[in-house]
Write a protein that binds this ligand. Sequence first.
Ligand SMILES: O=C(O)CCC(=O)C(=O)O
Ligand SMILES: [Fe+2]
Length: 302
Amino acid sequence: MSNTEKLAARIEEHGLAPYVEELDEQGYTVVPPGVTGVTEDDVDELVRRLLEKSEELIGCRFTVEGGPECELDYGDFPGFLERFSGAKPSQFQLMQLCTYHRAFRDLAINPVAVTLIHHLFGTEGSFGNHWPARFSSHNCFVKWAGEGYGESLGLHVDQGGIPLPWGEKALNANCNWCLTDYTLDDGAFACVPGSHLRKRHPKLPDAAAEAIPIECPRGSLIAFHGALWHGAYPKKTPGLRVTIANFFRHAAISPQDDIPNHFPKELADDCADPETFHMLAGFGSPYQSQVYPLPKAVASSP
Ligand SMILES: O=C(O)CCC(=O)C(=O)O
Ligand SMILES: [Fe+2]
């Protein structure tokens, strides 16, 4: 079976046809937990581990209901997407989640998420277990009430580092796992539906007028094309918005986190599907060493 046929079979197996159609037309899709197989218990565990790690790294206790229990000082850090509007940061990002615990590695290779990502990158040039999708980085956004990204909503594209013109297929793609409810006032994901088809960067602040909030219950997956204009609304309610952003790249694009060279192999083996994890991690590129055999001289030339 070709990889194109395998992909069609996986879309069928998981009942993903409507989500794939939405991805193509709108540039994003929202998949409910009943379809991804991520349970309430899984979400509880992920949130607990993320907030424990946050406390360990920051020295402040965080709860979903109450938010941060301390005042937090960012020093000179202007924020990443906050810079567009000059808003004061009211979030932080945790990185390299797949080194934390197996629960994050299992989420990174969730079969529904990976199937949608394979669809976004296409199967061109793929064979056997070599699909174009690779991990780029595994991150978490922890957000609380504040200015968010300001008026611009931080609208951007995730494949923004790649020179124009962009083609049909994504070069980066993202899986946002909403670990708390997404509503407008809770700081929902913002996007301009269909903007991936414009194949250019958003112009700020005008693009913000076209954005809509993506509201969905905790446990939902928002998968999106790397050329979709997106950001987030400011959180206005008490407590935390917690999201895991598993960022993928086409094999031709550099990873944000140098996973192929630095991710521990023994951790990659400790997950629900080590073969898929290894492939997405990008281990074993034949050009990292003299992998392809060389011929042997059997007799000297006359
Ligand atoms: O939810 C957010 O604050 C922004 C998410 C985002 O830009 C991303 O995951 O690429
Ligand atoms: Fe983004």
